[in-house]
Ligand binder design. Structure first.
Ligand code: NDP
Ligand code: 8X3
Length: 256
């Protein structure tokens, strides 16, 4: 499948992996619907992509935790944009790194609402459009944390185990519709993820990526591109992409 004139909706496009997915899709000629809460980030990205690739882009300022907002974005799409070929469910976050007995309820709610309910809400709004056309690919960005728990990862890991379960559920429920579902589990990727997790503590966040070579957002975007450009009879169900220096959630070849 070529991406020229295909429509790709990316959630969490304002930063990190989502932004890299937007860049690579724009480069391949896709039309983009870019969704996130930080409008100024989306504006800046859209300006760059329009200038560099003459991309056609729609911006959606939207919180994936709010179904009404999600529904409004999708239902307001003009028919030529509603034919969404690829949905990249990427918006997500972690908050805190505390033992479960010390967990912060607001942090738990935010992770579950974003990583689980947000993925569900966007999928619920977009899937009927794909099913109607018997075509489309959903890419869920889950995580190695959805395959292995790590100390104090508890609720973040649980949310990613849930994302993985939802990818598998979609693969089963959508069988026969022509809609494909791809689950991508990255290991450590240097993005704003840890700054968000540690609520702006840049020093603590930087330490997560020191002493080894983490993945770059572009590495994940390239893996995503491979998945969405397979012929229509090929469905990549599951992909695990790790830094060479990372063997598991807890085993990282750090030279500090
Ligand atoms: P970033 O913090 O760089 O990007 C997260 C993106 O998600 C931002 O664009 C943010 O946009 C968006 N987002 C967060 N909450 C919401 C919301 N409620 N509504 C809409 N958009 C939202 O992190 P990453 O790029 O690393 O994270 C992307 C995905 O990859 C996440 O699902 C993460 O769990 C997953 N992942 C990350 C790994 C890593 O090591 N970095 C490894 C494995 C998976 P805004 O704030 O503008 O709304
Ligand atoms: C993000 C990777 O290991 O920090 O999903 O949880 S990790």
């Amino acid at each position: 499948m070529k991406l020229t004139n295909k429509t790709v909706l990316i959630t969490g496009a304002s930063s990190g992996i989502g932004r890299a997915c937007a860049e690579i899709c724009a480069k391949e000629g896709a039309r983009l619907i870019l969704l996130a809460r930080r409008r100024e980030r989306l504006d800046e990205l859209a300006t760059e992509l329009r200038k560099t690739y003459s991309s056609e882009i729609i911006l959606a300022t939207c919180d994936v935790r709010n179904y009404e907002q999600v529904e409004n974005v999708v239902s307001a799409l003009a028919s030529e944009w509603a034919a969404i070929d690829v949905l990249i469910n990427n918006a997500g976050l972690s908050r805190g790194l505390d033992k479960i007995q010390d967990g912060n309820i607001e942090n738990w709610d935010e992770m579950i609402d974003t990583n689980v309910k947000g993925l569900l809400y966007v999928s619920r709004a977009v899937l009927p459009l794909m099913i109607r056309r018997n075509d489309g690919i959903v890419v869920n960005i889950a995580s190695i944390a959805g395959r292995e728990v790590y100390p104090s990862g508890n609720v973040y890991c649980a949310s990613k185990f849930a994302a993985r379960a939802l990818s598998q559920s979609m693969q089963i429920d959508l069988n026969g519709t022509g809609v494909r579902v791809c689950n991508i589990d990255p290991g450590l990727v240097e993005t704003e993820f840890s700054i968000v997790r540690f609520r702006g503590d840049a020093e603590r966040a930087e330490k997560v990526y020191q002493g080894y070579t983490p993945l770059h957002s572009k590495d994940v975007a390239e893996a995503m591109m491979f998945c969405i450009t397979r012929p229509k009879h090929v469905s990549i169900h599951d992909m695990l992409i790790m830094p060479t220096d990372q063997a598991s959630t807890t085993i990282v070849n750090k030279k500090l």
